[in-house]
Design a binder for this molecule. Structure first.
Ligand code: AMP
Ligand code: ZN
Length: 494
């Protein structure tokens, strides 16, 4: 029996604005599409946060026993500067600056993207298709939309007729925008004169002579519009209607709105059952973004080589930091926040490392492991509430420390269940890696420091505070910090 039969998962659907019980279109299968990066520069941590949210969601679906097909694309053509229909292709622009081929830019930043995600322990998606690998599918889609009367050709370019579409459909259904308001708020821009209305968007653009990335089509040598690739690739790999479509909040309009319109116009179907939008990462109170310069690259954060943080942080501390917030909340990346996350992460790892050393007894006191286990599921079932999950994991961490101090007891069976559950949620679902264990968990340093921690505890019990302070200070001198908390003493190294 797969686990999903026992759990009721609720997902906040941006389309309905409500938490809904998750019921896949096909029993036992989940199809999920997430808009991937435009590979024209290094990924920043804001991008990482969005993809990490969906990595955690992918992991939980898999854990529940679903067969998941997770498609995350690579945008390697058609995404113009300013996200609009005029201007230069982001990738071509960078290629010209560096006097290299656009595909060299694509290769460089795709490799960077994969390296960064590996550092943060992401699972690879099931399929990672590229826009340039699906030009034929995109042309076919445009032909169908034209046949169905929702697009028109002007000077070799093809535009989606938003006004015509809106007579029989609702443009703005996802972003809750009204076409009348959009008309009111948009001014006709130079260079958009090919369009019947400024709200129309490009499905195919005729390439200027200087535009390098171009393909033949029935209308012109040109390139597809940005929104089209996701419709072509999601339909190809997940079908005309699939379970989940995700992306950053900033993609809701116009990108996702246009995806819905394209699907409806081509196939007459609403493509997505649950729309999920991850919220933005900020840096010191302002939205992290390449264009404003308020960003920090993963490598700079990890090495400490930046002017915004006091030191470098382990990638698992960063992952823990991000998982401490709900994917739907804005999260502000700060040095203080990361420092607190480092403490929390180390405390959780120390507790997990302790489990193997615990003594068991005939009964379990003051902690019901089965109730606690279901609380972990309840947190995740409530729209992937990772902050509540982490708080629940700390309930177990506290209990583990009590057992260690012999102020509580646990049976062998309960200890086995606790160990298995805490490890599943921490490593398989949150995607954390036990770095403390990797580095020194079971090795000699850990053992030696543990001995000193116990000696210091004895000294304090004997009110020999001079000795206790000496142990702490001398360890600090060699780079080992002792951290005292209600649950006991742990250590960190630098
Ligand atoms: P892009 O490469 O600009 O198309 O962005 C890739 C993904 O990162 C999209 O899903 C964006 O919504 C997301 N993204 C961009 N900036 C941020 C940010 N500051 N916080 C979270 N996600 C972001
Ligand atoms: Zn997309």
């Amino acid at each position: 029996m797969p686990l999903y039969n026992d759990q009721t998962l609720r997902i906040y659907n941006s389309l309905s604005g409500e938490k809904e019980v998750f019921k896949p279109i096909s029993d036992g299968y989940v199809g999920m599409y997430v808009c991937g990066p435009t590979v024209y520069s290094n990924v920043h941590l804001g991008n990482v946060r969005t993809f990490m949210s969906f990595d955690m969601i992918f992991r939980y679906f898999k854990h529940l026993g679903y067969k998941v097909r997770y498609v995350r694309n690579i945008t390697d053509a058609g995404h113009l500067e300013n996200d609009g229909d005029v201007g230069e292709d982001k990738i071509t622009k960078k290629a010209k600056l560096e006097a290299i081929e656009p595909m060299e830019i694509v290769q460089r930043y795709t490799v960077d993207f994969h390296n960064v995600l590996n550092t943060f322990n992401f699972l690879p998606p099931s399929i990672e298709p590229t826009a340039t690998g699906h030009i034929i599918e995109q042309i076919e889609l445009i032909e169908t939309i034209i046949e169905n009367g929702f697009a028109y050709v002007t000077n070799g370019s093809v535009y989606f007729d938003v006004h015509k579409y809106n007579t029989s459909n609702t443009y703005g259904i996802l972003s809750k925008r009204k076409l009348e308001d959009l008309i009111h708020n948009t001014r006709s821009l130079d260079g958009q004169s090919d369009k019947k209305n400024p709200q129309d968007f490009a499905l195919w653009k005729k390439a200027e002579p200087t535009h390098i990335m171009r393909w033949p089509s029935p209308w012109s040598d040109g390139f597809p519009g940005w929104h089209l690739e996701c419709t072509a690739m999601s339909t190809k790999y997940l079908g005309e209607r699939f379970d989940i479509h995700g992306g950053g909040m900033d993609l809701k309009f116009p990108h996702h709105e246009c995806e819905i319109a394209q699907n409806q116009a081509a196939k007459g179907k609403d493509p997505v059952k649950y729309w999920m939008h991850a919220n933005m990462l900020e840096l010191n109170g302002a939205r992290m973004s390449k264009s404003t310069g308020n960003y920090i690259n993963p490598a700079e954060l990890l090495s400490g080589d930046n002017d915004k943080m006091s030191k470098g942080y382990n990638p698992m501390v960063v992952r823990f930091f991000m998982m401490q917030a709900s994917y739907k909340s804005i999260l502000d990346l700060t040095d203080a926040g990361l420092k607190a996350a480092e403490k929390g992460f180390n405390r959780l790892m120390d507790s997990i490392n302790l489990i193997e050393k615990l003594k068991t007894s005939d009964y379990t006191s003051s902690f019901d492991v089965n109730v606690w286990k279901q609380k972990c599921y309840d947190a995740m079932n409530d729209d992937f509430n990772t902050p509540i999950l982490i708080a629940t994991l700390f309930d177990a961490a506290k209990f583990i420390n009590q057992v260690k101090d012999e102020s509580a007891s646990i049976t062998k069976e309960d200890l086995e269940l606790l160990k298995q559950t805490i490890e599943t949620f921490t490593f398989d679902i949150l995607g954390l890696v036990n770095v403390s264990k990797e580095n020194f968990g079971t090795d000699k340093l850990s053992g030696a420091v543990e001995i000193l921690i116990n000696l210091r505890k004895e000294a304090r019990l004997n009110k020999d505070f001079a000795l206790s302070d000496k142990i702490r200070d001398e360890l600090a001198e060699v780079g080992i910090q002792l951290n005292d908390s209600r649950e006991g003493t742990t250590f960190t190294t630098n």
